[in-house]
Design a protein around this ligand. Structure first.
Ligand code: GLC
Length: 416
């Protein structure tokens, strides 16, 4: 193993440093793109995707199935909700969508039919043999989708490196319904399909008044908000903010984008989210060690290294390199700190971008492993929000995707 090139490490850390000016520009550009997008969606890198929902009243009650599909694991939950944030998970079935050497429902050889047949098997497991009693299903589908109505949505394009064939451009509720029919699960009624940011906003608003923004900080990153005036009425809008492109990429962002599944797309997401931060770190370390190998650093490693936890152990494990001295250790820590600080800071600037559009101090509901599990990232976000003055704050929503799906199903029921 070659020596560590300290100059490469130091320079790279500086490339990830984010200045107050950059954050201010991003915030302003975000408001501008949002307003341009509302006037004409084709003019913006933000997608303006109406959800056909507004925030809940808090009176939604009942027992529903929640299908949570958006990351490497798919979950089906039976959720009971009863007023203002009270809920209980009665049953949970969870499986990975890919098991090395066994099956893969998200790779390029997978098909939509195979994927939804697999999901339907999990739905069946969650029913405990009850194929008689009607149960409404809310589906949290965490990809950019064009909503046809509350129950139906077409996948626009995969993100987060998903590649399954035959789903882009297709109504995912039809795919799900076909699979349910094949297994004779006609008692399961898919009545709502929503983005995970929308689920988070619904779940947040169910408990905290004034929740106007919902965001995910996990494998992927995205934000939605309650637009007070969408064609004259309030509407939750999914922005697919991971696709925001008015943000300056550094050398490593460009390198990562080039080798990603969809070059030229999801600029912001590739700079901030859990699927990519480890890869950015790996690109630098690979260069600093003059290695040909891609190292499997992940977001958890970066959060640990940034907090000086197990630095030597992680670097040895993931890059096979023995850190020689304190100076080298500091370089690894600095790089992780700057990548994660940039990630959380860029996200907070987008929240402020929404605030400067709605001009109402919002409470921001956030779900996702990076946010939920890392106090230091929550602090960076809150510090940045504070700088804007006023009482804007973020809070974490547990089980947001599942709870939101159940609330959406209850809201659909009220409308049917
Ligand atoms: C990706 C998806 C988006 C989702 C986010 C978080 O950005 O495109 O729909 O909300 O990941 O899961």
């Amino acid at each position: 193993m070659s020596e560590l090139n300290k100059v490469v490490m130091g320079n790279a850390a500086r490339e990830f440093d984010v200045s107050a000016n950059t954050l201010l520009d991003l915030r302003k550009n975000f408001t501008k793109e949002l307003e341009e997008g509302l006037a004409d969606p084709s003019k913006s890198s933000l997608k303006i995707l109406p959800s056909f929902l507004t925030t809940p009243t808090g009176d939604e009650t009942g027992t529903y199935l929640a299908l949570d599909f958006g990351g490497t694991n798919v979950r089906v939950l039976k959720v009971k909700i009863w007023k203002h944030g009270n809920y209980k998970i009665l049953k949970k079935v969870e499986f990975p969508l890919k098991m090395e050497g066994k099956y893969d429902f998200i790779g390029k050889n997978a098909t939509g039919e195979g994927l939804f047949d697999f999901i339907t098997k999990l739905i069946e497991l969650s029913l405990d043999g009850n194929t008689e009693d009607e149960i409404l299903l809310g589906h949290t589908f965490s990809f950019p989708s064009e909503q046809l109505d509350l129950a139906n949505a077409k996948l626009i394009s995969w993100t987060k490196e998903f590649q399954t064939q035959g789903v882009e451009g297709v109504n995912v509720t039809e795919l799900l319904s076909k699979s349910l029919l094949k297994r004779n699960l006609t008692n399961v009624k898919p009545v709502a399909v929503i983005n995970d940011t929308v689920a988070t906003l619904l779940a947040g608003a169910y408990t905290h008044a004034n929740t106007l923004i919902g965001s995910i900080y996990a494998t992927g990153h995205n934000t939605c908000y309650l637009e007070p005036n969408y064609n004259g009425e309030p509407m939750i809008i999914n922005l697919e903010s991971g696709g925001f492109s008015k943000v300056e990429q550094n050398t490593y962002d460009k390198l990562l984008d080039k080798t990603s599944e969809k070059p030229g797309e999801q600029f912001l997401e590739k700079m901030v989210s859990g699927r990519y931060v480890g890869e950015l770190y790996s690109l630098v370390v690979k260069q600093a060690l003059s290695s040909e190998e891609n190292f499997a650093f992940d977001s958890l490693d970066l959060c640990n290294i940034a907090q000086s936890v197990d630095v030597k152990k992680i670097v040895k494990e993931k890059a096979g390199y023995d850190i020689q001295d304190k100076e080298e250790e500091e370089l690894f820590i600095k790089l992780a700190t700057n990548i994660m600080n940039r990630s959380a800071s860029l996200i907070s600037a987008t929240f402020l971008g929404i605030y400067y559009h709605i001009r109402k101090l919002p409470t921001i509901a956030v779900d996702g492993s990076l946010y939920v599990k890392n106090r230091f990232l929550q602090n960076i976000i809150d510090e940045n929000l504070k700088k804007a003055g006023g009482n804007i704050r973020s809070f974490k929503v547990d089980d947001g995707s599942a709870l939101g799906a159940a609330i959406a199903a209850a809201m659909a029921e009220g409308k049917m």
